[in-house]
Design a protein around this ligand. Structure first.
Ligand code: GLA
Ligand code: ZN
Length: 670
């Protein structure tokens, strides 16, 4: 067990190029005071590094690198390829993206390059090679940060051509493609590869990209775009690797961002890093889930590449982080597997749309601010923690399947309802475990299921090749699977499994669903349990027939009153719960209580508490992160009494209270 860095990186995006040099020295003094030991530089500097096609200019970046090296920083070197210089658009307009409406863009914004543009690929390679040659040997450059928050999509002619090549490789023959996308429907059969057009508003896309006439085509396009952008990442990575054998190479991901298949991406990254920007009302359980997902991508500790020390600028209401909130949020991040805490940004911009975005140094320009004092306190604490937690593991007995193909396909469905959104559905199930302090791994569809006692696979709409067998083996060997409505409906090209829902999951669930009712927001039904208790349900109701399954609860209303709503099927040595309708929290909890007790899942600590508790295991000891995200004070669980809080060095006393945003890290030697 050891981390990818020698210490917890503490710092963030730093853009000294936006400031006069007289400021730089002052920055160094202030950052030193806050124990900042890392800076991400050169994120958006292409126009400065290459003012024209023929000229390069590295003097200023050299100076920044020298200054940070002299201060002993871990430099996170970005490659500046996320925003193109103006000259490139003027000379090579094709480099810009074409949007969903078919509008070809001009110079502007960032993330504005077509991923399949040979011009972009050529100039990005040249720039990255120069950067890697120049800084690859600097031992202070411990991390390369490629591009920035890759994402978006393009519908230009380059992409159309590249898509056809991608499809040929995937399907081999045009007949296979027609079959996969079921193009017999509406007489869309194509006879030549060149007849395939991109699924945007000019083609088979519908309603600003929310819907599509052919989900098989649109899902393939999402796969293709994710792959195309990944090729851009790999291109830069491979160049850097030629010149820098030691530094880790990453790019900053965005949690549950829809556009890229992050499980596929993570395989190409040395370490996952991500940017955490919750809104003022994002549930803490949602943030925890996002961290678990980012850790799950590689099953390893990750970097927090960005968070704001205080405020954002791009949300509707950019409330301040309350006193203690940034610190507690940072510890929650480490609690779920982060080995770095980095901010966007170190000094607040003077202009541009991010001038109201929070920073370590505010517009006042001094360290005399609340935010700075909180950053400094955390810096001092992380310095001590640096020897303890990096590289330590989060272990879990529960896995929740998260799958980008399912994310895309579920949200493309035309019917039965518009209210099933993928991440929200996953979060409903995650939240149960979060509230109980049961550790969860977010896992891919082809993960190692044998590590888990319970696997939850909510809305497993698309069951891809191999999943049926893997899930059956898991249950047969004693695992408990929980799955739901809108599962087992289609295969990998979005064609329905015939013979009754949930298709390939029928054997292990022991039911089949005949119809799926959709409930409008003003409608609801009820789930009635054997003891007569009732729980409200909504959105969808499967009308189903148990074959080998036993009925756990039935519907309370409507023409299907009395028919099963929730079932359990013994299968091999394990069992499968099938939840046929969208229940409220209490109802979900009842079913998951059963699953957890069947499987003998143990929470992180045995007492129940309103505190969030996670555990990171290091060699010979465990660190329990105990955090209060509730409005009321909570008593510290008795398990921790007598142990040391490594943040204060104090021994935990019986009955002690934790206020909102209080954090303790308890070291237990075992
Ligand atoms: C993203 C980007 C940063 C900055 C922040 C603002 O995470 O990576 O460059 O724009 O958002 O919140
Ligand atoms: Zn394009």
């Amino acid at each position: 067990m050891s981390g990818k860095f020698k210490r917890i990186l503490y710092g963030g995006d730093y853009n000294p190029n936006q400031w006069g040099k007289e400021i730089w020295k002052e920055d160094m003094r202030i950052f030193r005071d806050a124990r900042i030991n890392s800076a991400t530089i050169n994120v958006f500097s292409w126009a400065k590094l290459q003012p024209s096609e023929e000229e390069f200019y590295f003097d200023e970046l050299d100076e920044v690198v020298e200054m940070l090296s002299a201060e002993g920083y871990d430099i996170v070197m970005a490659t500046s390829t996320a925003a193109l210089p103006a000259w490139m658009f003027r000379k090579y307009p094709e480099v810009a993206r074409t949007d969903y409406q078919g509008r070809h863009h001009k110079f502007g914004q960032r993330h504005n390059a077509c991923p399949n543009s040979p011009v972009y690929q050529k100039y990005a390679s040249v720039l990255v090679e120069k950067l890697a040659q120049r800084y690859g040997g600097n031992s202070h450059v411990t991390c390369w940060h490629i591009n920035n928050e890759y994402g978006g999509e393009c519908y230009c002619e380059n992409c159309e051509k590249a898509f056809r090549v991608w499809l040929k490789k995937k399907y081999g023959t045009i007949e296979a493609l027609n079959k996969a996308w079921n193009l017999e429907f509406w007489g869309h059969t194509v006879y030549e590869w060149d007849e395939i057009v991109l699924p945007n508003a000019l083609g088979d896309g519908m309603e600003d990209g929310v819907n599509t006439a052919f989900a098989g085509l649109s899902v393939d396009y999402r796969r293709f775009i994710s792959d195309s952008i990944l090729e851009n990442f790999k291109m830069e990575r491979d160049i850097i690797r030629r010149y820098d054998k030691d530094a880790v190479i990453t790019t900053n991901l965005m949690g549950t961002y829809k556009g890229l298949d992050y499980f596929k991406w993570a395989k190409e990254m040395d370490i996952v890093s991500w940017d955490n920007y919750p809104s003022f009302n994002t549930p803490w359980s949602y943030i925890a889930m996002s961290h678990d997902l980012m850790r799950g991508l590689k099953g390893e500790p990750f970097m927090l590449m960005e968070q704001t020390p205080s405020q954002q600028n791009w949300q509707a209401y950019n409330s301040l982080k309350r006193p203690g909130q940034m610190r507690a949020q940072s510890y929650q991040t480490i609690a779920h597997g982060a080995d770095t805490i980095q901010f966007f940004q170190l000094r607040r911009s003077v202009g541009g749309c991010e001038k109201f975005h929070g920073a370590v140094i505010a517009h006042v320009g001094t360290e005399n601010t609340r935010v700075f004092r909180e950053v400094k306190q955390l810096g001092e604490e992380l310095e001590r923690l640096s020897a303890l937690t990096p590289g330590s593991a989060n272990e879990a007995e529960v896995g929740i399947i998260f799958d980008w193909d399912n994310y895309w396909a579920l949200e493309y469905t035309s019917g039965p309802t518009v209210d099933l959104t993928y991440v929200d559905q996953i979060h409903r199930y995650y939240k149960y475990f979060y509230d109980k302090n049961i550790a969860v791994d977010m896992i891919p569809f082809d993960g190692d299921f044998s590590k888990y006692k319970v696997i939850a696979a909510p809305v497993l709409y698309m069951v891809k090749d191999g999943m049926k067998e893997a899930l059956e083996a898991f249950v047969k060997n004693g695992g408990v699977l929980v799955t739901t409505y809108m599962s087992g409906i289609v295969g990998e090209s979005d064609n329905v499994y015939l013979g009754g829902y949930p298709g390939p999951l029928k054997d292990m669930t022991g039911i089949w669903a005949e119809e799926i009712d959709a409930l409008a927001p003003e409608q609801s039904n009820e789930v009635v349990f054997a003891d007569g208790s009732r729980n409200t349900c909504s959105i969808v109701c499967d009308i189903m027939h148990p074959e080998t399954a036993e009925v756990i609860a039935s519907y309370g209303k409507d023409f299907y009153a009395g028919t099963p709503a929730v079932t359990k099927n013994q299968y091999g040595s394990g069992s499968t719960y099938y939840i046929g309708t969208c229940m409220e929290e209490d109802g979900i909890a009842r079913i998951l209580d059963l699953a957890v007790s069947d499987a003998g899942v143990t929470p992180v600590i045995s007492s129940s508490t309103g505190l969030e508790v996670t555990c990171r295991k290091a060699e010979g000891c465990s660190y329990y992160f105990v955090m209060n995200f509730r409005d009321n004070a909570q008593e510290i669980p008795s398990e921790f009494v007598g142990y040391t809080d490594v943040l204060t060095g104090e021994t935990v006393k019986a009955g002690s209270q934790m206020e909102k945003f209080d954090v303790k890290i308890i070291q237990v030697n075992r």
